[in-house]
Design a protein around this ligand. Structure first.
Ligand code: DQA
Length: 174
């Protein structure tokens, strides 16, 4: 799935933009393009396009803009996260299986240093042990999991609230 905005529509760095519209990049990892058909008993019948549309509607109501991107390729996800520098104010990321394996995605999130929320449709802590560990969690300000598509919507509300009033945190990163 391509980004909603063309790559040519370059924005000035977020810090120097005059517009007050907040831009939230939503990154979807491997196999999430199959949502709606993939293991519906676990992941439900809602498609990724429907989730993206609902996010856009909810964001617009709050004066924000969503850019959505899905890829099955780790490096493409890294590149898209890098491109968020100066273009987006925050990131929602469901890295799917790469959550549990990808140092590269963790490093990309740390490199762009934007507030990010880790999102999962399922309650990963209640699933197989290999899904309990997240390599990206330490690069995110928070995590929402277990609510199906509503995980994304809750994450959007949380990140917009955070952008207006950042929570001061004492936890050290894993
Ligand atoms: C997932 C959970 C991951 O463990 C899994 O690999 C996915 C989806 C979720 O949204 O619940 O593909 O990220």
């Amino acid at each position: 799935m391509a980004t909603r905005r063309s790559a040519k529509a370059a924005r000035p760095p977020a810090s120097t933009r005059r517009s007050t519209v907040l831009v939230v990049l939503v990154v979807h990892g491997p196999n999430l393009n199959l949502l709606g058909e993939r293991d519906p008993a676990r992941y439900g019948r809602t498609t990724l396009a429907e989730i993206d549309r609902e996010l856009a509607v909810r964001a617009a109501r709050q004066g924000a803009l969503i850019e959505s991107y899905q890829s099955n390729v780790e490096g493409e996800l890294v590149t898209r996260i890098q491109q968020a520098r100066g273009r987006a104010d925050a990131i929602l990321i469901n890295a799917a299986a790469y959550t549990h394996t990808s140092v590269a995605l963790r490093d990309a999130l740390e490199a762009v240093a934007l507030p990010a929320v880790e999102v999962h449709l399922t309650h990963v802590a209640r699933r197989e042990p290999f899904r309990h560990n997240s390599l990206i969690a330490g690069a995110c300000v928070g995590m929402v999991a277990g609510f199906g598509p509503a995980s994304y919507y809750a994450a959007l509300d949380a990140i917009l609230e955070h952008l207006h009033r950042p929570v001061r945190r004492k936890e050290s990163r894993p």
